[in-house]
Ligand binder design. Structure first.
Ligand SMILES: NC(=O)c1ccc[n+]([C@@H]2O[C@H](COP(=O)([O-])OP(=O)(O)OC[C@H]3O[C@@H](n4cnc5c(N)ncnc54)[C@H](OP(=O)(O)O)[C@@H]3O)[C@@H](O)[C@H]2O)c1
Length: 351
């Protein structure tokens, strides 16, 4: 029997990570994959074994462990954190060692995000930009500042590809939405919820009325979790069928995840309408969060103002791989009410 492909997964229990792993588990070549996941929870690690995923219990803060696990893998799926530089450096060190020892050219698929396009903005919800980034415009992408969100990690990854000891690809999802349903969610392994919209919902429910940053005028792209998971598989399949050299990689290896865009106001209005439908308020019209509210619900005023930035992206490069996202911005708006209901249910079970 041919040797199996060792795959190291970081973030298997997460919203993106679990969704991607579940797709890999049902991939036509699944019986040729040998998964190892780094997991913090002992209970989830045990459950993952039932799906044929070996689990190592630990944190990606343990860089020695991460380095070793990366060295053992031909493919690393980095699905946990777009911002942890020491963790990515440990992965890259492991891949460099693998290359030096075995002559293998390992593959890294990492998760960043279109938050990278919010660099230097002080919009606070008050202005839409007409600057749109296209992932197939390599010059525009190369000019993103090193100080941009996630970019320090992405730059370290570009450098590894340039040095030639790994082939690297970066997926940048935007506002991911949809409550994920799959076998890992059913088994209680995976977080089925996203971040941005649920955070606005939580804050809105707490104040009894939909809230927004400023007037909610800036734009962000959106993408359904199923389409995001598809993108990882389509990228992986392209790398395998065409060969790693023949799929844009390194500095040319940015792949956005978007299938439409919305304003922040659109989301908040959707939350307001869901709250009216659920008898939680009389007025669907969102009002502006005060600084005190931003601090209370988002951790700090700066973190809160992130929901008032522009991030405008076109995923031409991702589509050129054959990616055909199915869900649209209308689906995103329709996903808000079930998300509000899920949030209420969670609150009830926590009481
Ligand atoms: N969701 C979005 O809309 C979106 C869009 C673009 C980019 N992103 C980025 O993608 C990344 C993943 O997002 P997500 O929505 O999937 O988040 P998530 O559901 O919170 O998943 C995070 C994953 O990372 C794991 N993790 C966290 N700290 C760890 C540690 N110290 N050691 C080992 N594992 C650790 C978590 O494990 P536990 O189960 O143990 O917590 C979980 O598996 C984030 O960097 C996020 O900024 C997200």
């Amino acid at each position: 029997m041919a040797e199996k492909t060792p795959i190291f997964v970081i973030g298997a229990t997460g919203y993106i990570g679990g969704s991607v792993l579940s797709r890999f588990l049902s991939h036509p070549s699944a019986n040729t994959f040998d998964f190892t996941a780094l997991v913090r929870s002992e209970e989830k690690a045990k459950k993952l074994e039932q799906f044929g995923v070996h689990s190592v219990i630990g944190s990606y803060k343990d860089t020695t462990l991460v380095e070793k696990l990366a060295e053992n893998a031909h493919l690393v799926l980095s699905l946990a954190d777009a911002d942890d530089l020491p963790a990515i450096q440990a992965i890259l060190k492991g891949l460099r060692q693998r290359h030096a020892k075995l002559g293998d050219l390992p593959i890294l698929i990492h998760t960043s995000g279109t938050g990278i396009l919010t660099e230097g903005q002080e919009t606070k919800g008050m202005a839409a930009t007409d600057v749109i980034y296209d992932d197939s415009d390599f010059e525009q992408i190369a000019n993103i500042k090193p100080t941009a969100l996630h970019r320090d990690v992405d730059n370290a990854i570009f450098e590894a590809d340039k040095q030639g000891y790994a082939r690297t690809y970066i997926i940048l999802p935007s506002t991911i939405y949809g409550i994920e349903k799959n076998l890992l969610v059913d088994a209680g392994i995976q977080n089925p919820f996203s971040v941005q919209i649920p955070m606005l919902i939580k804050a809105s429910l707490a104040r009894g009325r939909a809230g927004m940053v400023g007037k909610g005028l800036p734009f962000w792209p959106d993408v359904h979790i199923d389409d995001v998971a598809d993108l990882y598989i389509i990228l992986y399949d392209a790398i395998i069928t065409k060969g790693p050299e023949n799929v844009d990689h390194g500095v040319r290896g940015y792949y956005f995840g978007e299938n439409g865009e919305h304003t922040w106001y659109d989301i908040s209005k959707g939350i307001g309408e869901a709250m009216v439908a659920l008898d939680l308020t009389n007025d669907p019209e969102p009002t502006t969060f005060t600084d005190e509210e931003l601090e209370k619900h988002f951790g700090s005023v700066d973190d809160g103002n992130y929901s008032g930035t522009n991030s405008r992206a076109r995923a031409t490069h991702s589509r050129s791989l054959g990616w055909k996202p199915k869900y649209t911005t209308q689906d995103m708006i329709a996903s808000i009410k079930p998300e509000v209901e899920a949030n209420l249910k969670q609150k009830q079970t926590q009481q």
